[in-house]
Design a protein around this ligand. Sequence first.
Ligand code: NAD
Length: 466
Amino acid sequence: MSDYQLLIGGRLVAGEARMDVINPATEEVIASCARASNPQLEAAVAAAKAAFPEWARASLDERKRVLTAIAAAIDANADALARLLTLEQGKPLSDASAEVRHTAAFFRYFATLELPVRVVTGKGGQRTEVHRRPLGVVAAIIPWNFPLLIIAFKVPAALLAGNTVVLKPAATTPLATLELARLIAQIVPPGVINVVADANDLGAALSSHPDVRKVSLTGSTATGRKVMGGAAQTLKRLTLELGGNDAGIVLDDVDPAAVASRIFDGAFQNNGQVCLALKRLYVHSSIYDRMCDELTAIAERTVVGDGMSSGTRLGPLQNRMQYERVATLVQDAAKHGATIKGGPIEGRGYFFRPTIVRDIDDGARLVDEEQFGPVLPVIRYSDDEDALRRANSSAYGLGGSVWSADPERAYALAARLEAGTVWINTHMGINPDVPFGGAKQSGVGVEFGLDGLLEYTQLQVITRPS
Ligand code: NAD
């Protein structure tokens, strides 16, 4: 097993300091890992910069070979990586195993893409070609909810396009990433990927570094604003996948019993710690009570426990700060007269019952803010247009869903939701070949698919005699 070291310039190195990592199910220290200093961050960026010219010249086939080899290494170490994910993130082992599988699948997917060269004109004795060139050093900054999978949203696209990378995990979930660093040190040419772990103190220096040409951040909208500010000085390219407050609208023709488990999954997967989780549910008054009862019944029979125990469906929240934030939002809802079914679980570990909150309205913090936890506010409405207006009255615009027995009726409303991704009769679900990005303050740019790959490139137009 790894000593959890940094990867800088092809070498695994100890951090100038170390930091403890906590298991959110037990609140015990599970490991100590390397913590990078500012000079080590500088060394990582310098190594990525030095490796860039040769990597940019490598053939596409060579880069694809590296991505495929990383995918194979992830698969070959899937059990160990999944255990680390459960220990540091809290999610059940089966979910952690699925995350590891999907991480490898994203690396493999990007290895199937091509970088197209377009010929725009061929007239008058000239040929104009539109090439896609890499940018240089890419900073990939990762949150704590899907520590491995979100790496695979960024790193394979950046590498395939010919960029080099400095990767930084979240402070509370560095272990699986550092284990991955140990594996890829054998595969990737020195400096092409560098991994630095921090105690949430190096993000600003990395994302504003003059030698970083692009920042790809998945994190909160507040952090996205800071990254955008720090990028201004050298006009960096940005992909920002940020927060959300996804609304679902359940129309009056829906049978609550038929959809409740799908709605529950859309809201509570990964304990609601998903950017694209359903975070506000608007339900027509004619079916409101039955919908609340169905959701509450599912919540009450959901097994919450240590992710290492078989049978656990939801683990603890990932960290104390998030646990306290979610508890505060629920207390605030109670103060405003809402009915709460669920709530925090006393004792060790950041455990929280999946919680259904009814008799609540817009204006409550739980409805207006991103809870990012296992609590779903269910809001009554009586007019579809009013529900749509309320769903859209948010600074966020990541995802949304409309639920109806009549797909055409749902589609008409769905098309008017101000969100980057909209579903009918389901919520959540991503695919490596389907572009994904937020509207409004949920993000800038897209990930996945050819659209996502092209964000790691810049155009070069060459005109020459044909
Ligand atoms: P966060 O913004 O606190 O941290 C994300 C990462 O940014 C961490 O690695 C952190 O160390 C780093 N960071 C912190 N300050 C920084 C700075 N000034 N400059 C650069 N980097 C900095 O987010 P979190 O609490 O880890 O994750 C939860 C948030 O992420 C939620 O808002 C959630 O919706 C969002 N999220 C979005 C998506 C998406 O695809 N849109 C996916 C997952 C999570």
